[in-house]
Design a protein around this ligand. Sequence first.
Ligand SMILES: Nc1ncnc2c1ncn2[C@@H]1O[C@H](COP(=O)(O)OP(=O)(O)OP(=O)(O)O)[C@@H](O)[C@H]1O
Length: 923
Amino acid sequence: MLPQPSTRPAGSVMRVLNDLSESDNNARNAMPPPSASATGLKRQGSNCGLRSLSMQVLGLRLSVPEPAQKRKTLIERAGEPLRPASSASRPPSAASQNPSNTSLYRTSSNASTISRNGSISSRNTSNSSYTGSLNSGIRPPASLKSANSTIRPKSSYGSNKPFGAASRPNSIADLQASHEANANKNQHASPSKAYEHVQSEASEFRADSSVVIQVRDKNRDVSLSTQLDRFHLSDSLLEPVELPQTPTKCKSPTRIPKASPVPLATPTPMETPRLRRKSPTKTRHFLTPHTSIELPDPDERYNDFKKMFEDYKQMYQDTQTKIDSAREDTNHYRDKMAQLEQERSSQTESIIQLKSENQTLQYQVEAMEKSMQETKKDHEHRLEELRRGHRIDLETLRQEQRDEIENLKNDHRDELKLLVQRYQQELDKERCKKNDALSQVSTQGALEKQRHQLELDRKDQEVTTAKLELERIEPVLQRERQINDDLRESLRCAGDNASSMESTRQGLQAKIAYLESDNQSQSEAYAAMEKRMNEAIAKSETIEEKLRVEEAIRRRLHNQVQELKGNIRVFCRVRPTLTVDDELAKMKYPDPEESTEIEVRGLDQKNAMGKDITKTLPFSFDRVFDPSQTNDEVFHEISQLIQSALDGYNVCIFAYGQTGSGKTYTMSSEDGMIPRALRQIYSTSKDLEDRGWKYTMEGSFVEVYNEELRDLLGEEKTPKKLEIHHDMENEETTVTNATKLSLDNKDQVESLLSQAMARRSVAATKANEQSSRSHSVFILKLVGRNSVTGKESKGTLNLVDLAGSERIKNAETSGQRLKETQSINTSLSCLGDVIGALGQGHAAGADSRASLTNNRDSLSTAHIPYRNSKLTYLLQLSLGGNCKTLMFVMVAPEKRCLGETITSLKFAEKVSRTRVGVAKKVK
Ligand SMILES: Nc1ncnc2c1ncn2[C@@H]1O[C@H](COP(=O)(O)OP(=O)(O)OP(=O)(O)O)[C@@H](O)[C@H]1O
């Protein structure tokens, strides 16, 4: 028999059933899926049973007010403390494993939902199903949970609120704990924050408690215990339900069995066999005739319900206790709030008061500051006045002090003057006295000294006499001693020889007798010897005289030889090449024995036909030195000329040639002509000393630079102006202000030369890195006196290193170098003119008088342009007819110098052909 539908409004029941079915459908519990065969039926049966039970419970729930349960979020749930799985207070866990219990839980939840609006119901449904699905293993029994949910106050803050969590039975305690914790936590915070926090907490609590209070107020007259007391299980519930014969679908409301006879819980599949085991004889009841679900044992169910009821009752009481405590808490918080409010108002008042006090104090401080400023200004002003007054006082005092000091000083000065005068007078007096005494003493002293001196002199004389006597006596004594020794020796010898002497005496006596007979002849022999000796002395004197005559003859003959060689002789010297890369000009030396010729192949020339018509130019000189010959060999040839200077002739040796051709090397290098000449003169003069000649040598070294004379031995910093003077009477040239050094030894000669060379004007030119840019002239005056014959000789040796001849276009010079080159070329051209004029004058003289000895006079008549340059003017007396001149023409062997070489050789040949007459001794 199918149970009749309930008298309840069908709509609400249907809504509940729909909720149930939806909830069931939406449930995500961990219930194991039913077997394929039984799932459908069991499920249907279960659902139908649940619905009946729901309806029963609904009646209860509808009468029990319960707060709306807020659906918890996952996060909120995560924040909940885990309930112990094996809670002793927890009701039997069958429900947790039993889908029917789950249904019950859901049903109760839904029942509460029904008492509220429909929108919340769906939330709660899902919440329940979610809870069941998630926490099926650890959740408290659905009934307990449902009961908890009934007293849970609604919180607008969700699970964070103390009453928010339905699963937390100790929510009020939690709240208190939370408040205490917050209070503790805020103890360290600022009072204002703490106050705000407490206020917010209180407001929240008020809101929550109001809900509870409201809930409680609503149900004040409907006591749950009364309701529970009223709630009892009718025996009809325990009666078996007749199962319908034909299966009906649960979803159809018409087929739902009546609520009252339906058992409160649907047995789980697991319970079913147990129930069967316990009461195998009991009739089985089914929800529908078609379901195969076996109904549980009513006794057991009754017990369950009873137990559940007890639980609910207990829970209610607990809840009641908690509500009371919550109320107490509320009252406590309210008091606290009031207290805090009071405190706040008092604090505010005190703050306002303090602010006003602060304002007043600020005003006072400002006023004080102002008064202080004024006082400060006043003080400063007074201080300034005081300072001014002090300054004036101080100044006055100072002035007074100064005046006083000045007066004191004047007084002191006057006193001092007086004192000085007095003391000066006393001093003068004293000095006069002392002077008198001193003069007396000094006179006495002088006399005494004189006396002593005389005494001393006398004593000295005596000493000297004694010394002389001693010296005189000493050798005499020595001699006497020697004589004495000799005499003793003689005596001894005489004693020894006495007998022999006696025999000798006898023999002598016999001889005397014989000699007495030959005395006349011995006297004659002595006289002959004396005569021979006198004859030898006379002969020696005659020979000496002859020697002197021979010396004079040698000098004359030497001079004649030099004259025969020509008064201007030209030597040609070809220097060796300096680099291996340079192409050499073709030069030949056709007479190697005589060495007087040189052939130079001229500049390349071609005729109109292109045929080579280059000429070979022959030159002839007094001597030609090839590149292999050394300075030693060269000097050997000129040494006789140096001798001429010692013999009293003017000798001039100069080197001419293009720049870089070897002039300085030949003349002034360490083993050049100048040092060699000096050495020879020095040694020869020493040799001549044996023949009565004593020489004095005086040297000076000048250079002609840009037509100016410079002293190479003088002070470099303060050069003096040099001037040339010719003493025509004595045929002597003097350079005024030039330093003259007397050469007494060889070392002086060396230092003189090195000093002069260091001072010489040199510069780098295209052809020579150390090119001489001046003509250097070394003048050595030699004066000799023969102490035997009383003869004198005066000779001058001029050694000239000319500056290099160079064509301006080849020199590639400019500025100062160009000016130098122009000056050099001008002076060299003048030299050529002078030599040419000398040659012409000699030729004229030779024609007129045909005599070599008299052409000096003829030269004097001809005009020689000596004054055209400083060089020729300086060498005037060394280039004339009475001097011996030697010119070196220096030749560079390189082909690039060929043009200059040929020019130089042509000039030298011209000079070589010049005959300027006979040199004469200087007077
Ligand atoms: N016979 C020689 N043997 C070796 N080297 C020589 C000889 N003659 C000249 N020289 C070298 O040639 C170079 C040029 O010589 P030097 O300076 O004497 O020329 P210079 O004619 O005096 O030139 P300048 O007129 O420009 O002064 C020097 O380095 C010198 O040492």
